[in-house]
Design a protein around this ligand. Structure first.
Ligand code: ATP
Length: 445
């Protein structure tokens, strides 16, 4: 039987409107004849003295029907996932809430998604990942704030340990291996001894290989989105989990230095270019694969089923970054247009990585030059030519690939500051046209 206590004041730590809403939803539960609980991360965080607003509710009864009732009452948007008997609500003020039916889960195959059947709250808590995430607070009037902690969640919160609920937990769902690292590193907890053994055991099998791309991606990107991905990566390496991204991926001293320089590079970037948002998890992913070949990066992106956009960014990483950096800091790269041409097709994430790489080398003079180059480049990329294709046409040039060449040269000259006005552009275009014509005539004769 669940250990119970009454903690109504816990819910009052939530913002008033949220606590009020939960109270009303509890009343709705009574009217409807079902028990309603808030459960999981919010309860864990409240007990730790933090407030998070990703609300997970669970209902002893038809959770989806109850979710529809709540959505109707509060004009919330609703998306229903029938297979898992869950619904996601978005309230008009943006508040998000998941509502599910209390259920037991069975795993026909390890690493695959479970089938679910309605069950009691105790069983529902038992199917959860860790004891600290298996605590519920009831919302019904009279029981508002009744805390159910059947598996020692509060004890483990006090002892700062991550503990699975049963020995088969990682086998049922290997994503829990990564979740364990996520909570351990975020909360600065430790894996309880047996849990640690079970995790190592599960990680030594091919269970994680059986996870689908999207499920593995979700876990990895969540880990890389944590506040301190540097610690997270060191831990993944220590637990020998990085090999599930690619068997040849290893956390060498060089990679580690780049990863460790990323926070500084990101901070610099955000200070300089606050409007250019960076996909931080992808930068860390790129840092992690910064010593990998393009082929290895491509295989990793495929394994993780990265979105097309993220895969495109990741592919502009790996050893390509070294080549870009080498050219940038080459003494012969003096003209701003050279820098522009070198960087123009690269995503911002690559630029951050170039910077992180240089930071990891600790060569102050080169780093200052690189920063100046980046600042200048970001300004230069807003420069446009005054002339366009149709202007060249009216100057007598028939449309064709030479348009791109000439306009490119005009842009380079603008960036280098050798021309500054439309008149200059026209003059340069004429010169280039003549030169082009001459070389054409030369070729003909
Ligand atoms: P976060 O603070 O990162 O959002 P959370 O604890 O809220 O963490 P969610 O992924 O939002 O985590 O899941 C909500 C709850 O659902 C968890 O607290 C846990 O009880 C349960 N849960 C989520 N994923 C799993 C899983 N793979 N196995 C078992 N239980 C899970």
């Amino acid at each position: 039987m669940a250990s119970q206590s009454h903690r109504p004041t816990l819910l009052q730590r939530l913002p008033d409107r949220v606590a009020g809403l939960l109270r009303e939803i509890g009343q709705l539960g009574d009217e409807w004849g079902c028990r309603v609980y808030v459960v999981g991360g919010v309860v864990r965080d409240l007990l730790l003295g933090h407030v998070t607003l990703d609300l997970d509710l669970t209902v002893e009864g038809d959770g989806v029907a109850f979710a529809r009732l709540v959505a109707d009452r509060y004009r919330a948007g609703i998306a229903v996932f029938e297979r898992f008997a869950t619904a996601r609500l978005v309230f008009p003020d943006g508040l998000k809430m998941d509502i599910a039916t209390t259920r037991r889960e069975s795993y026909a195959q390890p690493a695959e998604l479970p089938t679910v059947q309605p069950a009691s709250i105790e069983e529902d808590l038992y199917r959860r990942d860790f004891t600290i995430n298996a605590i519920a607070l009831q919302l019904n009037p009279g029981q508002f704030g009744r805390l159910l902690d059947a598996y020692g969640g509060q004890r483990d919160l006090r002892a700062r340990t991550i503990r699975v609920l049963h020995a088969g937990s990682f086998q049922d769902d290997p994503t829990r291996i990564f979740r364990a690292v996520r909570f351990e590193q975020r909360l600065k907890f430790r894996l309880e001894r047996k849990t640690s053994r079970l995790l190592a055991q599960a990680a030594s099998t091919n269970l994680i290989q059986q996870l689908s791309g999207p499920r593995l991606q979700n876990e990895i990107l969540l880990l890389l989105a944590e506040r301190d991905p540097v610690r997270v990566m060191a831990r993944l390496s220590q637990l020998r989990l990085l090999r599930f991204l690619h068997r040849r991926l290893s956390y060498t001293t060089k990679v580690k230095r780049v990863v460790m320089a990323v926070p500084k590079a990101l901070a610099w970037w955000t200070r300089r270019f606050p409007d250019r948002e960076i996909d931080k998890p992808i930068v860390y992913f790129m840092a992690l694969s910064s010593e990998s070949s393009q082929a290895v990066v491509a295989t990793m992106s495929k394994r993780l089923a990265l979105s097309r956009e993220q895969a495109r960014k990741a592919s502009a990483g790996g050893t390509l970054v070294d080549r870009v950096l080498k050219k940038l800091i080459d003494e012969r790269t003096v003209r701003p247009s050279q820098v522009y041409r070198l960087l123009v097709d690269l995503p911002d994430e690559t630029l951050v990585l170039v910077l992180a790489k240089q930071m990891s080398l600790q060569q102050t003079a080169i780093l200052s030059r690189l920063k100046r180059q980046l600042v200048a480049y970001m300004k230069d990329r807003t420069i446009k030519t005054a002339l366009m294709g149709r202007d060249l046409q009216s100057m007598g040039l028939t449309p064709g690939p030479q348009y791109g060449t000439i306009l490119g040269k005009l842009l380079d000259a603008r960036i280098d500051g050798t021309i500054t006005t439309e008149v200059d552009e026209r003059a340069l275009a004429c010169k280039l046209l003549k030169k082009g014509l001459l070389s054409f005539v030369k070729r003909e004769t």
